[in-house]
Design a protein around this ligand. Structure first.
Ligand code: ADP
Ligand code: MG
Ligand code: MG
Length: 254
């Protein structure tokens, strides 16, 4: 059983106004098979946490660490992070002109495993995963993300999640822009990956809506670049009713 630990993480970004401190000591521990929701107001640093774990070069780690089974992730290349078992949706380019989805998926799987998957079982697995996500067969012939709708991009993301079988996935606002039907389909995919592959999930969201379909084991409220409160699924219900106001200081409300 693997464990992903974020320890006292401090992150800044360079802006035109100078260095801006965004994460101010984040502590989180996620075991495989657990679903952790990170909820918080806009601008609280949720995406910064995701980008930092993904290795986005814009985000500077000022202190702390991210450990996967005790091994430092922050010094790994983006490829190494993927091979270590982290699934970070944003590491994949938005559009890959001229690359068919079917080829992209097989190449990604081959890169992860160090050898190509046997063709027949792979084709079957892809077809079954696409079917569960209600994706048309013809979809696999299309170029990656080229002209995909918002919902199609999210399904493609979850298709990768199901096929690449990472240990941990960081999903940043996977719910944004999805209608209820798409939200259900995408959520079912995440739940399947958890059941089938013991996936651990860091589910970043501003709204509680997706948590009706994906039940979190833990909820962390993120405010001003750190975890301000933690609880179980009931904390999400409380946030739905009360909002984030009680976590915000007078200055941040202004
Ligand atoms: P959230 O995902 O919770 O809405 P973000 O991590 O996107 O929060 O942003 C946190 C804060 O850091 C915001 O004030 C945002 O404007 C700022 N920020 C994030 N990324 C950058 C960047 N690349 N350049 C400048 N400011 C940034
Ligand atoms: Mg934001
Ligand atoms: Mg965000």
């Amino acid at each position: 059983m693997s464990v992903l630990e974020v320890k006292d993480l401090h992150v800044s970004v360079e802006t035109e106004q100078g260095t801006k401190q965004i994460l101010n000591g984040v502590d989180l521990t996620i075991a495989q098979g657990e679903i952790h929701a990170i909820m918080g107001p806009n601008g609280s640093g949720k995406s910064t946490l995701a980008y930092t774990i993904a290795g986005h070069p814009k985000y500077h780690v000022e202190g702390g660490s991210v450990l996967l089974d005790g091994v430092e992730v922050l010094t790994m290349s983006v490829d190494e992070r993927a091979r270590a078992g982290l699934f970070l949706a944003m590491q994949y380019p938005v559009e890959i002109p001229g690359v068919r989805m079917a080829d992209f998926l097989r190449t990604a799987k081959t890169a992860l495993n160090g050898e190509a998957p046997a063709l027949r079982p792979w084709i079957k697995e892809v077809a079954e995963a696409m079917k569960s996500l209600r994706m048309e067969k013809a979809f696999s012939e299309r170029n990656v993300n080229e002209g995909f709708s918002g919902g199609e991009k999210k399904r493609h993301e979850i298709l990768q999640l199901e096929l690449l079988k990472p240990k941990f996935a960081i999903l940043d606002e996977t719910d944004s822009g999805l209608d209820v039907d798409a939200l259900k389909i995408v959520s079912e995919g995440v739940n399947r990956a958890k059941e089938a592959n013991n996936l651990g999930v860091l589910l970043i969201t501003h709204y509680t809506r997706i948590l009706r379909y994906i039940t979190p084991d833990f909820v962390h409220v993120f405010v001003d670049g750190r975890v301000a409160e933690e609880g179980g699924a009931e904390l999400a219900d409380r946030l739905e009713n009360e909002g984030y106001d009680r976590f915000l200081t007078d200055t941040s409300v202004a």
